[in-house]
Design a protein around this ligand. Structure first.
Ligand SMILES: Nc1ncnc2c1ncn2[C@@H]1O[C@H](COP(=O)(O)OP(=O)(O)OP(=O)(O)O)[C@@H](O)[C@H]1O
Length: 612
């Protein structure tokens, strides 16, 4: 195989990921072994039986023919012998069809086991990835490639390899039968398949190269399809009349794909036709030699006829081997992506992480800086904050000033690029320590399409199903009455796209998310705009009861509503990723221009409207 591979559009050549077919075979078979070793053994055994049966059928068939035509040694035809062999041939055909059915059954079950095992490994690896990875488009490509491999390529790999093995074994048994007649035909079979194998290998590299170059296009297409068909997006798309614009963009994306695929497919077609011609020419040459040998009396009629049949059969097996190996090879790059993605230490994310976060006296961010992987400038620069146990601390600042980012660092979701996080003066080495110490109500919290009760209890999966605890959290978030008013109470499935699924208003959803935060019994409570969708009464009630609701816990609150931060023990003012002031409301009003301006901008609106 040549070292330099051309790809369509002069794309950079791709290196073969598995540097030999042997490694690919080992990977495919070991994945199959891991998924369901018993079935792998059954499938291999059945394929072996099929291969042996075909070789045996050639010999029996030749003897049946000899019985009819007489052999080269001049024996006279014998109808009785011939009928016996024909009956044996029929019986072998019957057994063969049973074996074939059994094989199909086992192979289809086997494919499912392999897919399940591989998809679980990909999903587990994605679930283990750090949050920062999700900001990286390359990561999403790797997930997509690994999932494609797990769902489409890996499940069919063992079948392809086994088919190739069977075709090789069949060719060997047929060849062995043939050597008793015309041994020199055998090497010609192998030669005839070489061009087809080479083309299929070229095709897999070119296809993968194109797929990589279309990755961004593919992401855009999926996003546009989502926009045009998604439930959450539907109202805004209609309100602004955007369907036409997005439809046009989707069409453009497909035009690009079609144009590039067309070039590739035509090149593949040209090469495949040439390869087929070369293979067929070899078979035709061999046939001519057999016919010439028979005409010259060097081959008996039965041997010549069997040899011709074997030649056609072997040519067919050759195509089967090249198609199967080509198919296996075509998946090589995807399988390599799967192998790399799942190479990290295994472990199921199924078990809930134990909540071992201990309470702290002081949690501190000291001079921390952080830039998002796709960010052009730091979201936080040398920020220092201190949270004492039992305090309510507020973060205020204009949009984009870094408030949410700071909570992500304090809850261990991201590591700071510089600076330190300290718990009771001790540097935090593993951010997971902070994750188990905190419970977070995100600004863009998730709405799980599960039951209302599960939506709350997912705050700590160890207690999923603990009804009393769920009700307690719901009461504290003021959502108990709303949930009991649903058709099946806490058992009501949320999500109208599921049959019988109910939906809630944004404010009700926010209370459910708040209940989820309550459900998790963690020493640090982070509330990012917890009342953004709530009505004024619900908001006032929450803040009035804040101290009693979170008694004994430390609360870090982000809010643009100054009425809700007035009572905080300390307020940090952020501006363009830096802390520009801290203190109580009264202190800040006296010395901090940024805080005063923000406060007056909001309070002024109420005052102008005549509020007390
Ligand atoms: N995932 C992200 N990738 C890249 N940049 C981001 C990301 N999230 C936030 N940023 C940037 O980081 C900066 C701080 O964002 P952050 O969300 O922390 O602000 P914020 O103060 O919470 O804003 P808001 O009041 O609007 O919620 C902004 O400049 C924002 O553009």
């Amino acid at each position: 195989m040549s070292k330099h591979h051309d790809a369509p559009d002069g794309a950079p050549a791709q290196r073969l990921p598995f540097n030999s077919l042997r490694l690919l075979i080992v990977f495919g078979l070991s994945a199959a072994w891991q998924a369901d070793r018993h079935r792998l053994i059954v499938v291999l055994a059945l394929q072996g039986v099929q291969a042996l049966g075909t070789g045996g059928a050639v010999l029996v068939g030749k003897n049946a023919l000899s019985g009819l035509t007489g052999s080269t040694s001049g024996q006279s035809p014998s109808l009785g012998t011939s009928a016996g062999y024909a009956a044996a041939l029929l019986a072998m055909g019957f057994v063969g069809s049973i074996v074939k059915q059994a094989l199909e059954y086992h192979q289809s079950m086997f494919r499912l086991s392999i897919e399940r095992d591989a998809v679980e490994r990909v999903v587990a690896a994605a679930a283990r990835a750090e949050l920062a990875e999700f900001e990286n488009p390359e990561f999403h490509d790797r997930v997509r490639l690994a999932l494609t491999a797990a769902q489409a390529y890996l499940p069919q790999l063992p079948a392809l390899l086994v088919t190739a093995l069977r075709a090789v074994a069949t060719t060997v048994t047929v060849g062995a039968a043939l050597t008793t007649m015309v041994w020199w035909l055998f090497p010609l079979f192998a030669v005839a398949t070489i061009p087809a194998v080479r083309v299929s290998m070229w095709r897999q590299r070119a296809t993968f190269a194109l797929d990589r170059r279309l990755a961004e296009n593919s992401r855009t297409r999926w996003y546009l399809i989502d926009l045009l068909t998604g439930r959450d997006q539907a109202k805004e798309i209609r309100a602004f009349g955007l369907a036409g614009v997005f439809f046009g963009r989707l069409s453009d994306c497909y035009d690009q794909v079609l144009a590039k695929e067309r070039v590739l497919k035509l090149r593949v077609l040209r090469r495949e036709v040439l390869a087929r011609l070369a293979g067929d020419a070899t078979v035709a040459g061999a046939l001519a030699v057999v016919i010439a040998a028979a005409a010259a009396g060097q081959l008996g009629t039965a041997s010549a006829l069997t040899a011709v049949a074997c030649l056609f059969f072997a040519a067919q097996q050759g195509v089967m081997v090249s198609t199967a190996l080509g198919g296996a090879n075509a998946s090589a790059f995807y399988l390599d992506a799967l192998r790399k993605f799942t190479a990290a230490p295994t472990g199921s994310p199924a078990a809930a992480p134990p909540l071992t976060g201990r309470s702290f006296a002081v949690l501190e961010a000291r001079e921390v800086s952080f830039t998002y992987p796709s960010g052009r400038r730091p979201a936080l620069e040398r920020v220092s904050v201190r949270l004492h146990a039992g305090e309510t601390v507020a973060l205020v600042g204009e949009n984009g000033s870094g408030k949410t980012t700071l909570t992500k660092l304090l809850s261990g979701l991201y590591r700071p690029d510089a600076g330190e996080l300290l718990v009771d003066g001790r540097p935090v080495v593993d951010p997971a320590e902070l994750t188990v110490t905190s419970t977070v109500l995100f600004q863009d919290y998730l709405r799980y399409w599960f039951t209302a009760g599960e939506n709350i209890a997912l705050g700590d999966p160890r207690y999923l199903g603990d009804a009393a605890r769920t009700v307690r959290a719901a009461r504290r978030a003021g959502v108990h009455d709303i949930v009991t008013g649903l058709p099946s109470g806490y058992r009501t499935r949320l999500g109208p796209q599921f049959s019988g699924g109910a939906d809630l208003s944004p404010g009700q959803w926010q209370r459910i998310a708040l209940a989820r935060a309550f459900f998790r019994d963690a020493p640090l409570v982070i509330l990012d705009e917890p009342t953004a969708s709530m009505d004024p009464c619900a908001e006032a009630e929450l803040f009035d009861r804040m101290r009693s609701l979170f008694a004994g816990r430390t609360v870090l609150l982000i809010s643009h509503r100054f009425s809700s931060v007035l009572a905080a023990d300390r307020i940090y003012v952020l501006q363009r990723g830096r802390v520009v002031g801290s203190g109580t409301h009264e202190e800040l009003m006296g010395v901090n221009d940024t805080y005063r301006q923000l406060y007056l901008a909001q309070a002024g609106a109420y005052l102008r409207a005549g509020a007390p």
